[in-house]
Design a protein around this ligand. Structure first.
Ligand SMILES: N=C(N)NCCCC(=O)O
Ligand SMILES: [Zn+2]
Ligand SMILES: [Zn+2]
Length: 336
């Protein structure tokens, strides 16, 4: 009989601002291994402080620490979905993976190798970036386990561009590389939150060929979250889903701390409810990228990212507890 998962630090013993520097005050992996020997770790959280792939403002290398710092106030019970995010599953914070900041190819090879190793026991991996280049090694790793992946990509940007200054591996190109490498299920991928100026119409033509459908940021104004969620669920079906959240999908008012901000973005409420609507889908991996704390104020961006991570963990907790339907305040209406 497995024992109760090792949860976050005891809020009644340690003031949260004095608690450990882990995501949500959760235990480190070595603490779980020592205190729950031999028991499965369901979800591993890994920071990757890497931003050598950025095209504009640098600084996402400091994202993992900022997201963790901004996650100290999270609590274990998710009232929006009726899920116990930290107690229905064992979650462990695995710290940061330091990769070569001067050699992108070496860095992504190391991220892929580490993802393979961390997932070898069946654990799910939540990556805290770091810039969006990290999606590619994560997809390479997941493809080896699950076959073709349906990417559900929340972002202001397509990130299916070809090269920048001749460089193939950047934060603007991971999904083109992934598509070219045959890692993606071309019938199931989707961008959500797209907006802002492009280089030309061809960006969109190429993007469609690479396997993506688009839900625009504006769709949240002209339709409802429920309708958006229904479209996402229809497209994703029962494919293995990689949930990739670039924090710049949010309006700069809700996420100023990022490297390539675009006006006219989603609210954090829209984003959190969209993620809640994914409950029951086969989400095999997730990431939160592009948090650049130097441009943040009052932890606005860090808090948004922490809550996104919390909803991701809640999806997996629901799965661990056998909940298969859509949830959230609009759960019944989501149907699908
Ligand atoms: N993945 C992010 N955040 N941004 C991509 C922007 C690419 C560009 O500079 O055109
Ligand atoms: Zn972006
Ligand atoms: Zn991006």
């Amino acid at each position: 009989m497995p024992s109760q998962p090792l949860g976050p630090a005891d809020y009644s013993q340690t003031p949260r601002f004095a608690g450990p520097p882990t995501f949500g005050l959760l235990p480190r992996i070595d603490e779980v291994q020592a205190q729950r020997p031999g028991e499965k770790i369901d979800v591993k959280i890994l920071g990757v402080p890497f931003d050598a792939g950025v095209s504009y403002r640098p600084g996402a290398r400091f994202g993992p620490a900022h997201i963790r710092q901004s996650s100290k106030l999270l609590r274990p019970y998710n009232q929006a979905t009726n899920v116990h995010a930290f107690t229905w599953q064992q979650v462990a914070d695995c710290g940061d993976l330091g990769v070569n900041p001067f050699d992108i190819e070496e860095a992504i090879t190391e991220v892929e190798r580490t993802a393979d190793e961390m997932r070898a026991d069946g654990a799910k991996l939540l990556t805290l970036g770091g810039d969006h280049t990290l999606a590619l090694p994560n997809l390479r790793s997941l493809h080896k386990t699950h076959g073709k992946i349906a990417v559900l990509h929340f972002d202001a940007h397509l990130d299916t561009w070809d090269t920048y200054f001749g460089a193939p591996y950047t934060h603007g190109t991971p999904f083109r590389r992934a598509s070219e490498e045959g890692l993606l299920d071309l019938e199931s991928c989707m961008h959500v939150g797209i907006r802002g100026p492009l280089y030309g119409e061809k960006d969109l033509e190429d993007d469609a060929v690479l396997g993506f459908q688009i839900i625009r940021s504006d769709d949240y104004q002209f339709t409802s979250v429920q309708e958006v969620v229904a479209r996402m669920r229809k497209r994703l079906g029962d494919s293995p889903v990689y949930l990739s959240v670039d924090i710049d999908v949010l309006d700069p008012a809700a996420a100023p701390g990022t490297g390539t901000p675009e006006a006219g973005g989603m609210t954090s409420r829209e984003l959190l409810n969209s993620i809640r609507g994914l409950q029951g889908l086969n989400v095999v991996g997730a990431e939160i990228v592009e948090v650049a704390p130097a441009y943040d104020h009052a932890e606005i961006t860090g808090l948004a990212a922490a809550h996104v991570g919390y909803e991701m963990l809640s999806l997996w907790a629901a799965e661990a507890n056998g909940l298969t339907g859509p949830s959230g305040p609009s759960g019944e209406a989501l149907g699908a």
